[in-house]
Design a protein around this ligand. Structure first.
Ligand SMILES: [Zn+2]
Length: 402
């Protein structure tokens, strides 16, 4: 049995942010609280959203931390209630969108936030009363604008996941114009997160043909345009395609992810400075080869279909050509570890700072990530121990060679 559910309305194109008032009317928001962070404000991106809102009365909370906290969500909720808001607009990366989801719960539900956490069995308690949310992403990677989850550090220090179909934003306004200033390093890293979502969910064995189609198409778009977007951030075609790949990746990963995200979430939790998207890029080649013998890969000719999507003539049964193509992309000048990305490290430091927040690790208690059906092969403890016992490969990569 498979549950397949697509419910987000998406507006995608340059200038889509102008549709904010129209979308507020459509979902019944007359006085929104705009949730963002100081970096988005400083970069001038918030002004673009507020200009689009025009005369619509609103309040602004711009103190979203790098990793959303219950304290910040409470402060935003207090403002929401004081200003008598009736809905939320998140303008930012995954952190702002996740914080807005927490506010959507806290403003309409009683009790401590942690009681609604997935690991506490709280998902069924999140009802249709949640405040309506419109998400306006300013990065192209996480796809939080079409996802049902939020990650928040609660007061006892735990980083918990909150998941409910009621938390899916009512509208995602995907305007690539808002990503034109994204620095090369973060364009490459967040872009590889989007590519990893598309690729990994396509390898997952759960039954969800629409997700497979969306993921494979998103992979083709992301693969074809990530280098152009990294090399020249003003390339509007590449920015549009990366925005779409990001949104498609998150639409697809409701099917489940796999070992790449299991590893990157774990390592990102150990050291939050490690960028989530870069970790994915490093792990992908090894996981492709690790998955090669999985029944779902073999039966559905998934390597051949992936190879076609990324422009390869074919791929052997071990996944060699795909793994090598990812390694080559990672190493090219405009790849996530390449010179173009590194050279842009200091460009637009304010924007770089706020977008670094997209690299936040997600907890392993997220259902899509812990669902055993989401792993093409069961990555048992002995697999991990065997790989890590070999130590890092020469060259400093932390990726285990499959
Ligand atoms: Zn990810």
């Amino acid at each position: 049995m498979a549950l397949i559910q697509y419910i987000t309305q998406v507006q995608i194109d340059f200038g889509a942010v102008a549709l904010l008032p129209q979308e507020c009317t459509r979902v019944g928001i007359t006085r929104p609280l705009v949730v963002t962070d100081a970096g988005v404000r400083a970069a001038g991106v918030l002004d673009m959203a507020l200009a689009a809102l025009g005369a619509l009365p609103h309040a602004v909370f711009d103190q979203t931390p790098s990793n959303p906290t219950e304290a910040a969500a409470r402060a935003a909720t207090t403002l929401y209630l004081k200003e008598r808001c009736d809905g939320l607009i998140a303008v930012g990366g995954g952190s702002s969108i996740d914080l807005a989801k927490a506010v959507a719960i806290m403003a309409t539900h009683d009790g401590a936030l942690k009681t609604y956490a997935t690991i506490e069995g709280g998902s069924p308690k999140i009802s249709e009363r949640v405040a309506p949310l419109i998400a306006v992403p300013t990065t192209a990677g996480t796809g939080s604008e079409v996802a049902r989850g939020a990650i928040v550090i609660v007061e006892d220090g735990r980083k918990l996941g909150f998941h409910s179909w009621h938390l899916v934003p009512r509208t995602a306004i995907c305007d690539p114009e808002l990503t034109l200033g994204l620095p090369p390093l973060l364009t490459a890293a967040t872009g590889m997160d989007a590519i990893a979502h598309c690729l990994e969910t396509f390898m997952a064995p759960a039954l969800n043909p629409p997700a497979d189609g969306i993921g494979l198409d998103g992979l083709a778009r992301g693969w074809a345009h990530i280098e152009a977007a990294t090399r020249d951030g003003s390339n509007r075609e590449a920015r549009w395609q990366m925005m779409s790949a990001s949104m498609q990746g998150a639409m697809a990963f409701q099917k489940g992810l796999g070992c790449v995200h299991s590893l990157s979430h774990s390592l990102g939790g150990v050291n939050p400075k490690l960028h989530h998207g870069t970790l994915n890029a490093v792990f992908l080649p090894a996981v492709v080869k690790f998955n090669a013998s999985a029944e779902s890969i073999v039966k559905d000719r998934r390597f051949a279909r992936i190879a076609h999507a990324i422009g390869l003539p074919g791929c052997d049964a071990a996944g060699t050509e795909i793994a090598e193509a990812i390694r080559a992309l990672n190493a090219r000048p405009a790849g996530p570890g390449g010179r173009s990305a590194r050279d842009g490290r200091d460009a637009g430091s304010v924007r770089a700072d706020h977008r670094r927040r997209d690299g936040r690790p997600l907890p392993q208690d997220q259902p899509a990530h812990r669902d055993a059906r989401g792993l093409p092969r069961d990555a048992r403890r002995e697999h991990v121990a065997r790989k890590w016992s070999r130590g890092p490969r020469r060259g400093g990569s932390c990726a285990a060679s499959a």
